[in-house]
Design a protein around this ligand. Structure first.
Ligand code: SF4
Length: 428
């Protein structure tokens, strides 16, 4: 049974709100982008994209300075000979992997990441991963997942990667005590803060997926309680539930209120005394509330429009509405998972327009007609909208920046305040 958060009423907010569903042209990154944060998190893994020069450029520009270091990702380029069927792509892939592993003996887990070109030539990366695993075991495990723009958007790459890891997790011993597994990539600093809070609340040791190793994975079984730290992990959650784990119903840990409810839901599910848990988080919660106060003054009443990008849009809209007093005039998301977002939807102000998927021209028309004070959107839309006089915030920043937890609440609010402040200064 899932833990229940008392502050959320089933009939509240946008629980049963209609959703505008659009399936037109979309402006959103593909799932390869997830490699940018996953390669930093999983320190013994390597991501080999089997793709084109376009895929390589996307990763290099998104990961910025990492191209100057010894990175934990690369692209095996599918060239014209492969596309024309003149070369055996499997042989070439085997050679690339051989060379890579000889040069990088620190790699323990190798992900072969599918792309649009590998899908177009129907390269079977699942079979390639099996074959290469046999060749390079036990030193290296080889797994595969797809980050292609045909199959995935932006954050769905992380979902596909973590879902590929689930079969590698050991089974929890029968009768093992209840354990908590936090699901979704968090910056190391945020993971450490949550560990300290869980500890102070009296929870037994908590595991994180992904942790810092792709090889040393936590056990999973019927006594595993699953706490989602990110809202875009439908496939991984399903895979863990299939292995017996049970999801804890909770909002996401954004802002003072969201972080508190997330932590308290975990405490309730793990049978920890609520008064003790609340006392343990009180100082951090107070710091977060204080950090938000100054931003609330600046942002209250400002109208905000979310284009679909990362699937973080609904929790972010809830945060800006309830903790900063902003008014979401449309909340777009690539995919709306009603069960995982139930607590968030209940907290969104009633009447907030929701949309799922995208028909970018129609959505741009709606945005222009509404003339919001701030637009959260992808890089491709931000520049044209700025040229039209709108203030924008790049959605990708909200994924790349540590924003979860009490200590980051003020930084998260600042991300929304900064574009407005910049415009005010320019106008002055
Ligand atoms: Fe472009 Fe597809 Fe490569 Fe993504 S996977 S960079 S959408 S070609």
């Amino acid at each position: 049974m899932s833990a229940v958060i008392p502050v959320v009423r089933a009939d509240a907010g946008c629980t049963d709100a209609p959703v505008l569903r659009e399936r037109g042209q979309r402006e959103v990154f593909c799932g390869l982008t997830g490699i940018v944060w996953l390669h930093r998190k999983l320190q013994d893994a390597f991501f080999l994209v089997v793709g084109s020069r376009t895929c390589a450029h996307l990763l290099q520009s998104a990961a910025g300075v990492m191209i100057f270091a010894e990175p934990r990702f690369a692209t095996a380029i599918i060239d014209e000979r492969d596309l024309a069927g003149l070369a055996d792509a499997n042989d070439e892939l085997d050679r690339v992997v051989q060379r890579l592993l000889a040069r990088r003996p620190d790699i323990r887990m190798l992900f072969l990441v599918g792309s649009c070109p590998s899908e177009v030539i129907k390269l079977d990366l699942a079979r390639a991963a099996q074959r290469l695993s046999q060749v390079h075991a036990p030193a290296v495990r080889v797994l595969n997942y797809s980050g292609s723009g045909i199959e995935t958007t932006f954050t769905e790459g992380e979902d596909a990667c973590l879902a590929a890891l689930v079969p590698q997790m050991p089974a929890a011993a029968p009768g093992a005590p209840a354990s908590l597994l936090v699901l979704g990539a968090l910056a190391d600093v945020v993971e450490d803060q949550f560990r300290r809070l869980f500890d102070a609340m009296g929870l037994p040791p908590v595991a994180f997926l992904p942790g810092r190793s792709a090889v040393r994975l936590p056990a999973v079984g019927p006594n595993t309680r699953l706490l989602l730290a990110q809202p875009f992990l439908a496939a991984t959650t399903k895979a863990l539930e299939d292995r017996g784990a049970r999801r804890i119903a909770a909002p996401f840990p954004l802002g003072a209120e969201g972080s508190a409810a997330w932590l308290m839901a975990a405490a309730a599910a793990m049978g920890v005394d609520a008064a003790r848990a609340a006392q343990a988080i009180a100082p951090a919660r107070a710091r977060a509330t204080a950090a938000l106060a100054a931003h609330r003054e600046r942002l209250a009443g400002r109208r905000i429009f979310f284009f679909p990008d990362s699937q973080l849009e609904v929790p972010l809209a809830r945060f800006v509405a309830r903790e900063l007093g902003m008014v979401p005039v449309e909340v777009g998301t690539p995919y709306l998972h009603r069960a995982h977002l139930a607590e968030e939807l209940a907290w969104l102000p009633a009447g907030t327009p929701l949309s799922e998927g995208q028909d970018v021209e129609r959505q741009l028309d709606r945005c222009r007609a509404l003339a919001p004070d701030l637009v959260v959107c992808g890089l491709g839309l931000a520049n044209p909208l700025e040229a039209e006089g709108m203030a924008t915030k790049w959605a990708i920043e909200l994924v790349f920046t540590p924003i979860q937890g009490f200590e980051q609440a003020g930084d998260l609010a600042a991300l929304f305040a900064r574009p407005l402040l910049r415009r005010e200064r320019l106008a002055a």
